[in-house]
Write a protein that binds this ligand. Structure first.
Ligand code: SF4
Length: 364
């Protein structure tokens, strides 16, 4: 590991700036300095790829063009706009933060790092990015991409997710970023991580930092910048039911505000226990969630969906409502909805596939 400040920050900055001018992806938030718009883009990017975020960012800003419009919006509307993006607690954080800024900061986005960092859903990285892009900050923006670049650049050994390694990366980047614009450092380091210094097979020959990079100079790139023992992905089986009433309405339930997919609507169901038959899982989970008894008919489809730490197989059954008055035992609310009204509710991507299949009359 080189010591902090031993790299020539001015020279590295010049190389990065020239490279960035030629190679940067044309993303819709490029050059943005308005803190509301930067904040929205950074929250989008926390768990969403730049490609997807670039499509949804203009749409979100058309729907909520100002901080005031977001603060006024009901959470259900913001959640609906967030549909398909995953990590839905981000939609709630955006609402909470916009309202907090309205109440505590008179509707003006805070300019101090501590106040920005205190907003719901804003961590070290997002706070640094907002300060650098909007308020002339020069704070190391350390996300997974930048941590990888820095670990290789300075030859910092260890798991890039560990607190000790992150602290060392922060110290080294802080010294490197003592010159130049923080916004350029942020943009360019992120682009290097995304385009050339990728986790596997980085394209060092195209990297603007190769003359500065310790790992590259010593031919040891593979030894730096990767997490140790990434957690193994589990497989989880879930069963849910399309529960139809005699008048054709379908029963949907709203998930709790905490946990996975907070506040989204879904077809009722839940996780299989042990080697339980999946039809029994479906019947039991519906009983536990809504207190009703259903007849489980045929399996309609199986949907595979990957979350951050596990893979879900969602087994979807056709069900008939048999008896019992539905009540919200394991959910916030429920609705007997018309098929044509389902578009008004925010559903996870997997449940949207079920709706598409019902509308199209298909099975898979
Ligand atoms: Fe990453 Fe290679 Fe560039 Fe070093 S030279 S920062 S290892 S891409």
């Amino acid at each position: 590991m080189v010591s902090p400040g031993s790299l020539n920050g001015r020279a590295a900055y010049s190389r990065l700036r020239r490279w960035f001018a030629r190679q940067a992806r044309p993303l819709p938030w490029r050059g943005e300095t308005d803190p509301y718009r930067v904040w929205v883009s950074e929250i989008l990017l926390v768990q969403t790829t730049a490609t997807v975020a670039a499509k949804r960012y203009p749409r979100f800003l058309r729907r909520f063009p100002t901080l005031a419009s977001l603060a006024r919006a009901p959470l259900a509307e913001v959640r609906k706009e967030w549909e398909g993006l995953g990590y839905y607690h981000r939609a709630r954080y955006l609402c909470q933060a916009a309202r907090l800024i309205t109440v505590e900061h008179g509707g003006v986005f805070p300019t101090a790092y501590a106040a920005v960092h205190a907003l719901p859903g804003v961590g070290d990285y997002v706070a640094a990015a907002i300060m650098n892009f909007c308020f002339g900050g020069r704070i190391p923006p350390i996300d997974a991409n930048v941590a990888r670049v820095a670990a290789r650049l300075f030859a910092i050994r260890g798991d890039v997710r560990s607190g000790k390694v992150r602290a060392s990366i922060r110290q080294h980047l802080q010294a490197l970023m003592s010159t130049g614009r923080g916004s350029l450092w942020t943009d360019a380091l992120i682009e290097v991580g995304a385009l050339v210094c990728t986790p596997r097979q980085p394209r060092c020959e195209r990297c603007p930092l190769r003359a500065d990079c310790c790992a590259y100079q010593h031919g040891k790139v593979a030894e730096y910048g990767l997490p140790r023992n990434p957690p193994a992905r589990r497989d989880v089986n879930v069963a849910c039911g399309i529960i139809r009433r005699a008048d054709g309405r379908i029963l949907i339930a709203q998930r709790p505000e905490s946990g996975l997919l907070p506040g989204l609507w879904e077809f009722p169901g839940g996780k299989r226990k042990g080697h339980e038959p999946l039809a029994a899982t479906c019947r039991r989970e519906i009983k536990e969630e809504l207190g009703i008894t259903v007849i489980v008919d045929s399996k309609r489809m199986v949907i595979r969906h990957a979350y951050s730490h596990y893979n879900v197989r969602l087994h979807v059954f056709e069900c008939r409502y048999r008896c019992g008055a539905p009540c919200a035992l394991g959910c916030q609310r429920f609705r007997w909805a018309r098929l044509g009204d389902l578009d008004r509710y925010a559903f996870p991507a997997a449940d949207r596939q079920i709706i598409a299949a019902i509308e199209g009359g298909s099975s898979s």
